[in-house]
Design a protein around this ligand. Structure first.
Ligand code: CA
Length: 234
């Protein structure tokens, strides 16, 4: 059965372009040009026999801010939310991710990038109830969280407990950005939320152990001012 996507975007041209691309990929696409209409579609669809599987949400809507819609969606539903926005402001991105957005894309973006992020978000939300991601492979790097095993080029890599915890947190959400706050809270604890220097230090250690060239990371990617993303082939 086709996955149901609600696309909330007031720019008609962009809406049509995205809709067409999603249809080609086999998604069933519902569209909305305003926050009020989106609320109505959500209410109707989520109570129906074919609930929505994913929400693509523009922030600048004629009758309100998409961020408010995100808040109300998060209170009621579990579906993944991908933000599309023209805003580059890092604090704003962090705020949205911490508020429960699954990912964001800054306009103009590549449609293939959107499709890839959608697949990642769907997989994470879809499998989170059954089993979180515990296996990661990219090139010659293999990670098995359950066995506490990290191998690069066939060789075991020794990680300290904190390095492993940090890496594990990124593996569980591979392909998605994880904010500094989320990492600090989950790895060190809520009282360490201001200690971003811990993150920089441990990320440097992980890169030294896992990257071919730690100065040009290909796996542990920096999202400037926002957080980190573990690269994942899509
Ligand atoms: Ca807009």
């Amino acid at each position: 059965m086709a996955l149901q996507v609600l696309l909330v975007e007031d720019d008609r041209e962009l809406r049509r372009t995205l809709r067409d691309a999603l249809l080609v990929e086999g998604y069933e696409v519902h569209i909305s040009g305003s926050a009020t209409d989106a609320q109505a579609v959500l209410r109707h669809a989520m109570g129906s026999s074919m609930p929505l599987d994913l929400l693509i949400l523009d922030l600048g809507l004629p009758d309100g801010d998409g961020a408010e819609l995100l808040h109300s969606v998060r209170l009621k539903y579990k579906l993944p939310v991908l933000i599309i926005s023209a805003r580059h402001d890092e604090d704003h991105k962090v705020h949205l991710l911490d508020a429960g957005a699954d990912d964001y894309l800054v306009k103009p973006f590549n449609i293939n990038e959107l499709l890839a992020r959608m697949r990642v978000s769907l997989r994470h939300r879809g499998t989170s109830v059954i089993a979180p991601q515990t296996h990661y492979q990219c090139g010659l790097l293999h990670i098995e969280l359950a066995k506490h095993e990290v191998r690069k080029n066939g060789q075991a890599v020794h990680l300290t407990p904190t390095e492993f915890k940090l890496l594990a947190r990124l593996v569980r959400q591979a392909g998605q950005v994880v904010t500094h706050r989320q990492l600090l809270v989950d790895v060190w604890g809520a009282e360490f939320v201001q200690h971003t220097h811990y993150l920089r230090l441990y990320m440097a250690q992980l890169r030294a152990k896992l990257e071919d060239n730690p100065n040009e990371p290909q796996l542990l990617l920096t999202e400037t001012g926002v957080g980190y993303r573990l690269f994942e082939e899509s």
